[in-house]
Design a protein around this ligand. Structure first.
Ligand SMILES: [Cu+2]
Length: 174
């Protein structure tokens, strides 16, 4: 029983000095040979040296009994999406829909609205009944201007342009 803490601390030492970010891939690891178990036992009992014990661990790594995967720290991937306010969007008789009209995105996506129309527009988040709510609300966007908002919760988000209230769009976050 008392050999375990020593074993574990040596293992931790071996792995922590090699790289900060390393994991043991148990899925691809081989079975542990009997002599290795004996070596661990003997080391715990003090009958073999630390050098021999570490050589055993080196053997395990070299022979892929222990498979080390170097795992880089996950870099948060910025997820971005764009909604275009197309040319002619102001025209109630034209197509000119937001593109896409219903944007579907994962959580934490930053959405950028781009005004490609010849007149100013804005983006106002609305509730299900079409009333403006203070969630994402842009100032007037001139041609070429952009407005961005990051959606951190799932849900269906409505918006419209207060200058052209017939222009409604959806962002679905899941
Ligand atoms: Cu508008």
């Amino acid at each position: 029983m008392e050999r375990m803490p020593k074993m574990i601390s040596v293992l931790i030492l071996v792995f922590s000095i090699s790289l900060v970010s390393i994991t043991v891939n148990f899925a691809s690891a081989q079975a542990v040979p009997e002599w290795v178990k004996n070596t661990a036992l003997w080391y715990g009992e003090g009958t073999i040296s630390e050098g021999e014990f570490l050589n055993m661990i080196k053997f395990l790594i070299e022979n892929k009994v222990i498979v080390l995967d170097s795992v880089m720290e996950p870099v948060p991937q910025a997820i971005n999406a764009q909604i275009t306010i197309p040319n002619g969007n102001y025209d109630v008789t034209g197509a000119g829909f937001y593109s896409p009209l219903n944007l579907e995105i994962p959580i934490d996506t930053t959405v950028t609205w781009v005004n490609d129309d010849s007149v100013p527009h804005n983006i106002q988040s609305t509730d299900g009944k079409g009333h403006v709510i203070q969630l994402f609300n842009s100032p007037p966007l001139n041609t070429g201007d952009k407005f961005e908002f990051t959606f951190e919760e799932s849900g269906v988000y409505n918006y419209y342009c207060s200058f052209h209230p017939w222009r409604v769009g959806l962002v679905t976050v899941s």
